[in-house]
Design a protein around this ligand. Structure first.
Ligand code: BGC
Length: 741
């Protein structure tokens, strides 16, 4: 029964409906000033019957619902007599989930993070929020802030996240959530916690210390939650230190609700609930999907537990209070869902802008880029199905692009994508968004001869490259929920293709469409490399505008690109010893502990292929004159750092000044932690003085480490070193200070 339900559910994930007519959506009117949401929620809970309360703490036992042209993935019927609306849940992290209906396919969430631009991130969230609202949804399930890329860069869901650093990821996701919530949806942050791998995802047991968790994955949640005031948290499938995340009292009641004073509700990932009373008492407020435990299908119901005194009714009241409070605070209560229309053209423009700000130029060896259309007589476009579109990621983040997919292929699921864990992958398709690089390059270089070779035949591809002025190779790396990549090399013949093309033409540009990091054994031979993530349905247009210099790239990597999987904390992905077993198996995160991503590479003194924070431009910048002013003794510890950013080149562009902090030795902190950044846009020759303020009182805890013995954030005693630069590996010491002196 259970397996059947899961299979049929997850099996729907790759559904790509045909295109429908999409028009404009109007913004909901702002909420009227209302009373305190807690008081209002209390009044409503006081009027509910036991049955009404129980109805709100789990999904409906039938998944279909009548709303809109699409359907919600999860559904909790409301209570009309109290004007409590239905809760209608929609994914996804990179645009509205495919089963709901056609929507704007945004670039990866990772591309949003790579912009290092919170205003751009807000626009990203606005596209998702307005489109979900137009489909009649009032809960967004897509706030994936897991630090997958740092702990497991092969994780198939990396494209849904905002990178490996808790401050960057938390800040970017906060903007996605704020924007979604501005449209009267409840925003959900997921997957809490340490859901950093997909191999055996329902049984993986993350082993980690308290301090390491607090300073890494949990810190990303803490920052995103406190900055966005998101009202919902989704607990994850995996176990943490041998306890399922959705019945983890220390994580739910402890860290989240008591520690961070989270006032909203915790809902389980689909079928991540493992018990009724234990889960509810540990802090789970709502079971999803359905109510198989809470409703008593797979064990004693909550109702019977209350009847027998196993669970106090006050706990049920608190669960309901949190859910109703979230509806009041985030908007669904006062702004009922209404089917609207999507601003397809406006949202497409944002999709293009996101990639223009988030694509990362990794190499520009002979300054081949930007291309000059007038002086490029022939261009070879090779591989990656670049004649028809750009690739997207699978699973519950799959978007059905407006206009329809340009190509769908069977999924390349690795052997580890097995059983129920792997269904989201196995039932996916590789979907290409309708944005053709070949067409976009032809449009931008109308007088050039632009020819395509699909890359299947290396000799044919090399022959076309040899007779062209420039060759552009498009390479793809498909990833999905329910799988981890077997490695970071490109699949199939793509590495050989790049080598063959760059051997045939020294002016070879490689455009990477990937879920995350890839290895580049061909890097030395390629003249230029652009990381375009999953580009989204305006991706080709954005890529062409970057390649021809209409846009100067300014993205910086939100993840480390390792030089080899041997350099990772776990060169081999842990998996169950017996692939048919559903018993928990350990994933040892104590290896890297709090040193996630670049912190691991710094601490181990390993040179990455490309470091966190790295990205080139068509212009050059200087970051100079740092002046560090520690806060006066007696004030809250912290510092101000002033510096000058100057565009020293010939074209307008943007630089991201990054501030990292080295803690006093002996505390066990990583060599450097990102504590602040500023993206600066400058015309050629222009300069700007900027000041960054970093304070111990900030909720990102920039100057503190987690002290497990006292259960609190503590400052180190001794000398802190402040670094300034434009990547985690290109930094100068801006000064030192000793708090309290
Ligand atoms: C995924 C969640 C997603 C949910 C939707 C699960 O398989 O892990 O991220 O929100 O499906 O129901």
């Amino acid at each position: 029964m259970r397996k059947f339900v899961l299979a049929s559910l997850l099996g729907g994930m790759a559904f790509i409906p045909a295109c429908s007519n999409i028009t404009f959506n109007s913004k909901p009117t702002p909420p009227p000033p209302s009373q305190d949401p807690d008081q209002q929620a209390d009044q409503l809970v006081a009027q509910m019957t036991l049955g009404e309360k129980l109805q709100l703490v789990h999904g409906a036992l039938t998944i279909q619902n009548p709303v809109g042209p699409g359907k919600a993935e999860e559904w909790v019927p409301g209570i009309p007599r109290l004007e409590i609306p239905d809760l209608l849940y929609g994914d996804g992290p990179v645009g509205v989930y495919s089963s709901i209906g056609p929507a704007t396919a945004l670039p990866s969430s990772l591309a949003s993070a790579a912009s290092w631009d919170t205003a751009e991130a807000y626009k990203y969230g606005l596209v998702i929020g307005t489109e979900l609202r137009a489909y009649g949804m009032n809960v967004w399930l897509g706030g994936n802030v897991n630090l997958t890329s740092g702990r497991e860069p092969r994780d198939g869901r990396t494209f849904e996240t905002a990178g490996e650093d808790p401050l960057l990821a938390g800040s970017i996701k906060a903007q996605h959530l704020l924007a979604v919530q501005s449209q009267d949806l409840i925003g959900t942050l997921k997957h809490y916690a340490l859901n950093d791998g997909e191999t055996g995802r329902f049984q993986a047991n993350a082993i980690i210390g308290d301090r390491a968790a607090r300073e890494s994955d949990l810190l990303a949640f803490e920052i995103a939650l406190k900055e966005s005031n998101a009202q919902s948290v989704m607990c994850s499938y995996n176990l943490v230190n041998s306890v399922y995340a959705c019945q983890h009292g220390d994580l739910l009641n402890g860290v989240l609700k008591t520690g961070w004073e989270f006032p909203g509700f915790v809902a389980s990932d689909a079928f991540a609930t493992h018990s009724s009373v234990d889960s509810a008492l540990a802090g789970l407020d709502q079971e999803q999907i359905g109510g198989y435990y809470f409703g008593g299908v797979w064990g004693p119901s909550l109702e019977s537990a209350i009847g027998s005194g196993q669970m106090p009714v006050s706990r049920l009241d608190n669960m309901v209070h949190r859910i109703v409070r979230a509806m009041i605070a985030a908007g669904p209560f006062s702004h009922p869902v209404a089917i609207g229309t999507i601003d397809a053209a406006g949202d497409a423009a944002i999709a293009r802008e996101i990639l223009e700000q988030g694509a990362v130029l990794l190499k520009n060896g002979s300054s081949l880029l930007p291309l000059d259309a007038a002086n490029t007589s022939s261009i070879a476009i090779i591989g990656g199905h670049a004649d028809v579109g750009v690739i997207s990621g699978g699973g519950s983040a799959q978007v059905s692009p407006i206009g329809g997919a340009s190509l769908t292929l069977p999924p390349e699921c690795p052997p580890t994508a097995t059983g129920i864990s792997g269904l989201a992958c196995l039932n996916s398709s590789e979907v290409y968004d309708p944005s053709s690089p070949l067409a976009a390059v032809r449009a931008r270089a109308p007088n050039a001869s632009v020819q395509f070779a699909d890359g299947a035949d290396l000799n044919a591809a090399a022959a076309l490259a040899r007779t062209s002025t420039v060759a552009i190779v498009f390479v793809t790396q498909w990833t999905s929920e329910g799988m981890d990549l077997p490695g970071l090399n490109l699949s199939g013949n793509q590495d050989a293709l790049v080598s063959a093309v760059s051997a045939a033409n020294p002016h070879t540009i490689v455009v990477i469409e990937s879920g995350g990091a890839v290895l580049m054994p061909w890097l030395a031979g390629a003249d230029a490399v652009l990381e375009a993530w999953y580009p989204g349905q305006q991706g080709a247009q954005a890529i062409a505008r970057i390649l021809f210099g209409d846009v100067n790239p300014s993205g910086k990597l939100p993840i480390t690109f390792p030089g080899s999987v041997a350099d990772l904390p776990r060169p081999v992905i842990p998996q169950p010893a017996d692939p048919t077993s559903t018993s928990p198996f350990d994933v040892d995160y104590t290896i890297e502990g709090l040193n996630v991503g670049y912190k691991w590479f710094d601490e181990q003194n390993i040179q990455p292929l490309f470091p966190f924070g790295f990205g080139l431009s068509y212009t050059t910048f200087s970051i100079s004159n740092p002046v560090l002013t520690p806060n006066a003794a007696g004030a809250s510890p912290g510092f101000q750092l002033s510096f000058t950013v100057k565009n020293t080149g010939a074209v307008a562009g943007a630089e991201v000044a990054q501030v990292y902090l080295g803690f006093p030795p002996g505390i066990g902190e990583p060599p450097r932690r990102l504590v602040a950044w500023k993206k600066v846009h400058l015309d050629p020759g222009a300069q700007e003085q900027d000041t960054i303020t970093v304070s111990a009182s900030d909720f990102s805890h920039p100057l503190s480490y987690w002290d497990s013995s006292s259960g609190s954030w503590q400052m180190g005693t001794g000398v802190y070193t402040v670094y300034l630069g434009n990547s985690s590996r290109n930094l100068s010491v801006a000064g030192t200070f000793t708090p309290g002196h």
